[in-house]
Design a protein around this ligand. Sequence first.
Ligand code: NOJ
Length: 531
Amino acid sequence: MGIDDSAWWQRGAIYQIYPRSFFDSNGDGIGDLDGIRRKLGHLVELGVDAAWISPFFPSPMADFGYDVADYCGVDPLFGTLADFDALIAEAHRLGLRIILDFVPNHTSDQHPWFLESRQGRESAKRDWYIWRDPAPDGGPPNNWMSNFGGSAWAFDAASGQYYYHAFLREQPDLNWRNPAVQDAMMEALRFWLERGVDGFRVDVIWHLVKDALFRDNPPNPGYGPGQPDINRFQQIRSTDQPEVFDIIARMRATLAAYGDRVLIGEIYLPVERLVAYYGERLEGVHLPFNFQLIAASWHARGLDEMIDEYERAIPEGGWPNWVLGNHDQKRIAGRLGAAQARVAAMLLLTLRGTPTIYYGDELGLPNVPVPPELAQDPWEKNEPGLGVGRDPARAPMRWNDSPRAGFTTGTPWLPIGPQPELNVATEAADPRSMLALHRRLLALRRAHPALAVGGYERIEAEGDLLAYRRREGGEVLTVVLNLSAREESLDLPAPAGGWRCLVSTGLDREGPEPAGPLRLRPDEGVVLAEG
Ligand code: NOJ
């Protein structure tokens, strides 16, 4: 594929905004839509192409917006529909696309549909959710566990039945086998498509359909003490059912009626199952989120195999993508340390496929420690002490080095955290900062079709060096990454005109390289051109 026949979501980079934590325009300590609008300039200077905004719909906020009470509105905490319209208009004026977070697997228990459904067995909306009789002993209908701890079944004493919730009991799962549910949810998609959104990231899309017979999940042999409840069983009956693909195709067709919009699926599955979500005839999601860099152990030998395996698994015509972090995971700088996080950024932004950058990772933000009494995340509260809490990666964005980081004039909903020097203003003034590196790499992607859309070829390397070529038209770029804290060298035959370094993670190595083996300093990565 050449740059001219690529789609915007193929050649571009996506930036995830967690709206509570981006910029607070009204001093209540919580970010909002107007705050995002005012900070779009940051995305433009960074060089990303689209913003995916986590949910801002009316919600009791039991799971911070992933419990939706109205699919077609804006929670007052985040502003109004008029604020949204202003945000999207300004984004489009700046050449940025807006991707919404669609949460179709479950609603809030306060959604009018669920309120009606739980009125009783005769309710017209009873079958919009998943209601089952108790097991013969009166307990839950089967062994399915909630992702946030405990059984996934909540008992409703009034009707004597249980309802299923894969997440909190305040997040009842919709029954996607019911065509009326499908129709209503396609309407919700159209509501936002009419308002001009450029696509959707679909929450837990592999969860939508459950086993028709509600059979037990088998035990997980890898489960042991100290692990969260969800690890007790393999989720093979409660997720990833073949009937889901028709539903995804219906979503895709709904988007297709509006032209060039993107459908992204949140899917945590092994690669061979993940790629099924492209659809047999590519009628599935455009991008099944690829989280392998989050789970991978950080060694070149292993990562190279993983990348190859992924490249091989992608169906003809499917487009790869890569993710380093999101609002559910520990931050990359915390996982790898500041120096290696720069190498990870170079990997993310030079692999073949659409990169998604999690807000704040472009600054190298750490995981912010949150004392138990300030914990917000319901998962942490349900299963304390296991390290499952997601608050540390959700701390406020830092705009300057003031005590509230320029995020709010009020009390931030989560602590700002240590290392105040990691902020946009300070890093924008430092030509070697993490922010400068991100800007440089994103600019390089835009300038070089080989990086944006070119092919991927692994280069055999040893030790902790990861090396590959990206090729498009006549251009070949070579990427060499040192995943270790030792010096490493690679004996790679130099092209006729020698190597020319386009960028190093240190931002201090540009121009012709000396003859002889390529030398990489500890935690250094380079992008090289020929001659
Ligand atoms: C996945 C989302 O990313 C996560 O934040 C949320 O808690 C669950 N889905 C439930 O919606």
